[in-house]
Design a protein around this ligand. Structure first.
Ligand code: NAD
Length: 496
């Protein structure tokens, strides 16, 4: 959608914030009455105070979600009817796309054009699963003649989700769309930095016709509200997106409680391998910059390790630096801005510490490296490129989650593969080359949930997203995700 700054600012001035928990179809205060401040990284201002949920609130939400699940008003509804309601839900998101986008821009600083693009992706995702659900058949097993054995998929029950701030609604939608489509009740604990779009969307879910108690949002902090969902004895599944460090906790929470199913979408440090025989080095350089600086580098599968064949290293880096210029941060409410702010002060300090660490370990900044727009009161970092990075350096090993690209040289295919796999992450990998044999061999040997060749576009809903190694387990998107929200039942009848 084409936006104008005036329209954006006018809409912004009329925003009304939903700041209470949404449980069983109502906005309510947390049991303790506690709240936390939602601060905008755009200018450091306080947006609103949000209800801070804890164990008691999670208990109430789980009971509501369980009750409605057992009642069957959603869980046993005909798939074609659920589909219709989910379409209503998607249409309501579309009607309110600017408002939802603005809530995300305010809350975590992404540019408005990108934020509304993310909401458009949520609409698409919700429709995609709604569209799928009345076209999937169950199975009848090829048993002997006197047996009838059906193998059916049933919803799990109460699904919890704990999500990050980088794509506040989209990461939640990748979970709630398949979970709702398959008939589950859903409880979302959004990141404390960015709860506002999820809180507003809960109301739209009700308006669309999703029964009370099926869609709940419990804002709060990870070690309290997040942990309470993760350890709850009556939550059947927990879908987590966030850091590898916190992902580990959810595995323990499940073990300590009811062995709930856990799926994890965690961190990444993805290699972007550029060979001298890439089909179009200029395009590859533009994609290297776009992929790294989009969303201020706060992207789990960003191509953050740029592996460059030595013979083209200098030429390529010159191009990357030039393509990094349009990514200089600007006013996130301006529809022409490409890069907005960093999510908060803590994350900004973390990024700046990594930049210092890179320098002290011997890498060289060839562009950026500064905090900028400090007069705004917000948190902005310039697009930064390091050269002379060794894969053993901290900036190459750890997820920075900011606009910092690390260029590492390699001599040949074997060395590129060794560097690419020398990480405990395995979310994404990119290869740019015209040599089909080389590409095919490498793609098979790279330990990663995705390998993109001469491309960065993996946005289509039909494509699974998820990691190898410590980037996680399970997959969001695609039909594979539906399997994470259902369980398999064998029903056998013996006939005479
Ligand atoms: P985070 O792990 O700090 O927080 C994620 C969520 O976990 C938040 O809702 C937070 O409140 C909660 N949490 C934190 N501590 C907790 C605890 N002790 N118990 C229970 N819950 C807890 O991550 P973040 O900073 O919000 O997001 C950035 C991270 O997310 C990066 O590592 C990024 O790679 C990852 N991410 C992964 C994907 C993917 O699809 N693989 C997508 C987006 C982001």
């Amino acid at each position: 959608m084409a936006l104008a700054l005036n329209d954006v600012m006018e809409k912004k001035s009329s925003l009304d914030f939903k700041n209470q928990a949404f449980i069983n179809g109502n906005y309510i205060n947390s049991v303790t009455g506690k709240t936390f401040e939602s601060i905008s990284p755009v200018d450091g201002s306080i947006i609103t105070s949000v209800s801070e949920c804890d164990v008691d609130d999670i208990n109430i939400a789980v009971k509501a979600a369980r009750d409605v699940f057992e009642k069957g008003s959603w869980s046993r509804m005909a798939p074609s009817k659920r589909k219709k309601i989910l379409f209503n839900f998607a249409d309501l998101m579309k009607k309110n796309i600017l408002e939802l986008g603005l809530l995300e821009t305010l809350n975590m600083g992404k540019p408005i054009t990108r934020a509304t693009g993310d909401i458009a992706a949520c609409i698409n995702c919700t429709k995609w699963y709604a569209e799928a659900i009345d076209k999937l058949y169950d199975d009848v097993a090829p048993t002997s003649d006197n047996l009838i054995a059906t193998i059916t998929k049933e919803p799990l029950g109460v699904v919890g989700a704990v999500t990050p701030w980088n794509f506040p609604l989209l990461m939640a939608c990748w979970k709630f769309a398949p979970a709702l489509a398959t008939g589950n009740s859903f409880i979302l604990k959004p990141a404390e930095q960015s709860p506002l779009s999820a809180l507003r969307v809960a109301e739209l879910a009700m308006e669309a016709g999703i029964p009370e108690g099926v869609f709940n949002v419990v804002p709060g902090y990870g070690p309290t509200a997040g942990k309470a969902l993760g350890t709850h004895m009556d939550v059947d599944k927990l879908g987590f997106t966030g850091s590898t460090e916190v992902g580990r906790y959810f595995l323990s929470y499940a073990g300590e409680s009811n062995m709930k199913r856990v799926s994890l979408e965690c961190g990444g440090k993805s290699p972007n391998i550029i060979f001298a025989d890439a089909p179009d080095l200029d395009h590859a350089a533009k994609m290297a910059a776009d992929g790294m600086f989009g969303n201020s580098g706060q992207v789990c599968d960003a191509p953050s390790r740029l592996l460059l064949q030595k013979s083209i290293k200098d030429e390529f880096l010159e191009k990357v630096v030039s393509y990094s210029k349009p990514w200089m941060p600007g006013n996130p409410f301006d529809p022409n801005t490409l890069m907005g702010s960093i999510v908060d002060k803590t994350q900004t300090e973390r990024i700046m510490n990594y930049i210092d660490k890179g320098k002290s370990e011997g890498a060289n900044v060839i562009t950026g490296g500064d905090q900028v727009l400090q007069d705004s009161g917000g948190y902005y970092v310039s697009p930064t490129v390091f050269k002379d990075v060794q894969n053993s350096m901290t900036v190459a090993k750890e997820e920075i989650f900011g606009p910092v690209l690390c260029a590492i040289d390699f001599e040949n295919e074997d060395e590129a593969l060794q560097i690419a796999n020398d990480t405990h992450y395995g979310l994404n990998a990119m290869i740019w080359s015209n040599d089909l044999n080389k590409v095919h061999k490498l793609a098979k040997r790279i330990k990663s949930g995705k390998v993109l060749i001469n491309s960065l576009s993996d946005g289509d809903m039909s494509l699974p997203h998820g990691g190898y190694k410590q980037s996680g387990s399970g997959r969001d998107k695609s039909l594979e995700a539906l399997g994470q929200y259902t369980q398999t039942k064998l029903t056998l009848i013996e006939v005479k």
